[in-house]
Design a binder for this molecule. Structure first.
Ligand SMILES: Nc1nc2c(ncn2[C@@H]2O[C@H](COP(=O)(O)OP(=O)(O)OP(=O)(O)O)[C@@H](O)[C@H]2O)c(=O)[nH]1
Length: 381
């Protein structure tokens, strides 16, 4: 499983926050540019503003009628036209709202009624009479128009104010959402980092718990874990013990003894050429774990280690025989698993013991069922 690169993870979060923020901004712009102007336009034409439109049209009819009468006061047809317009004006003027709210409505309607009757009767009206009949209603209608216009601008201003407030709330809300996104992202990041740190820490501790601090190779617990991880597999175990290590420490001191342990760990590891895993069992004893695919070739492996050591010719002033560091090796094959490992370990340990018994500086390996069959006496090596 691959973990996404940090910048990608951050970019993902930021991208999400930005996207939601941008979407909200688009919504606000859409509302401001298209929705509100449309509502605004609607209010301008309808709503309680109908009254203003009726008054305007009524006044227009009256003015038209007046114009017709002033142009041809004696003309029968003109009078009919004027009467028709006055009737229209009357019907647009005669609405409950005007009667209720404008005191000038009743007398104006009476005046128009009188004018209508005189025109229907075929009376020729003088300009003074026309003025008397029409000036009052026209003035009243103008007053109504102005008042309705004032009301319209009040409604419009209130609407604009509401719109502005609404936009402020939406903008503030989107900013809060954006900031919350950032806070959640930050909290998530912090939690993730803590988890990564804790995992690393525990891995480090686990690593330490399975490692020999002096040589850096695995310890006894690591050997056990590795064997259990291969349960059912054919494996082999080599137990490698330094000869006369006590004398080495006694003659050269413990720091040199430590250095020798480190050097031997390296040497054994190299001579097994990465085919085995190396462990320090404690004191001066190492263990090597090898897979056995087509026979373990244990004798060859043991021979390689002793050969490498012979070539290295590491001085050992306290060695009673050849004054160089030597090793004793016991090796055995086993089937990985709790019981198999115990048996393999015991067999390798017995082999090592026999090598020590035969005078050290040698190896004994037993492969397969017959432990004696491939046994090589120590001093033959
Ligand atoms: N320098 C050093 N010495 C250690 C360490 N651990 C154990 N020892 C020493 O290793 C020596 C092991 O002694 P023995 O078990 O008698 O083994 P030996 O002297 O090699 O004898 P044989 O195995 O019989 O040849 C002891 O003197 C321990 O003090 C270590 O970490 N560093």
């Amino acid at each position: 499983m691959t973990t996404p690169r940090p910048w990608r993870r951050h970019a993902g979060w930021l991208w999400l926050s930005l996207m939601s923020f941008t979407t909200l901004l688009i919504l606000i712009t859409y509302e401001t540019r298209w929705v509100y102007p449309e509502i605004h336009a609607y209010f301008s034409q309808t709503g309680n503003l109908t009254g203003q439109q009726l008054a305007t049209r009524s006044r227009d009819y009256l003015q038209e009628g007046l114009g017709v009468l002033l142009e041809a006061p004696d003309d029968e047809a003109a009078r009919e036209q004027a009467a028709f317009r006055v009737d229209l004006a009357y019907s647009l003027f005669d609405i409950g709202l005007y009667r209720r709210e404008y005191a000038c409505t009743e007398p104006s309607l009476d005046s128009l009624d009188g004018l209508s009757r005189r025109l229907s009767a075929g009376d020729v009206l003088t300009p003074a009479e026309l003025n008397r009949h029409l000036l009052g209603p026209i003035g009243c209608l103008t007053e109504i128009e102005m008042d309705q216009l004032d009301r319209r601008s009040e409604v419009t201003s209130a609407f604009v104010e509401d719109t502005r407030r609404h936009q402020g709330v939406v903008l503030g809300g989107s900013l809060v959402i954006f900031l919350m996104g950032l806070v959640f992202w930050w909290m998530h990041e912090r939690q993730r980092r803590n988890a990564v740190r804790a995992t690393r820490e525990s891995l480090r501790w686990m690593g330490r718990a399975l490692r020999d601090p002096l040589t850096g190779v695995g310890n006894r617990s690591a050997l056990h874990e590795d064997v259990m991880a291969q349960t059912g597999q054919a494996m082999s175990l080599m137990l490698i013990d330094i000869d006369y290590f006590k004398q080495y420490n006694d003659t050269l001191g413990h720091p040199d003894g430590d250095r020798l342990l480190r050097r031997l760990a390296l040497l054994i590891d190299e001579s097994l050429a990465g085919q085995a895993r190396l462990y320090r069992m404690g004191g001066d004893e190492f263990a090597a774990l090898l897979p056995c695919h087509d026979g373990c070739g244990l004798a060859r492996r043991c021979e390689e280690i002793t050969e490498r050591l012979r070539e290295a010719a590491i001085a050992h002033p306290g060695h009673p025989e050849n004054r160089c560091v030597t090793l004793s090796i016991g090796a055995a094959c086993f089937i990985a698993g709790e019981a198999g490992f115990a048996a393999g370990y015991a067999a390798a340990d017995r082999a090592l013991y026999r090598v020590k018994e035969h005078g050290r500086n040698g190896w004994e390996a037993s492969e397969g069922e017959d432990a004696q069959a491939n046994r090589v006496d120590a001093n033959q090596a």
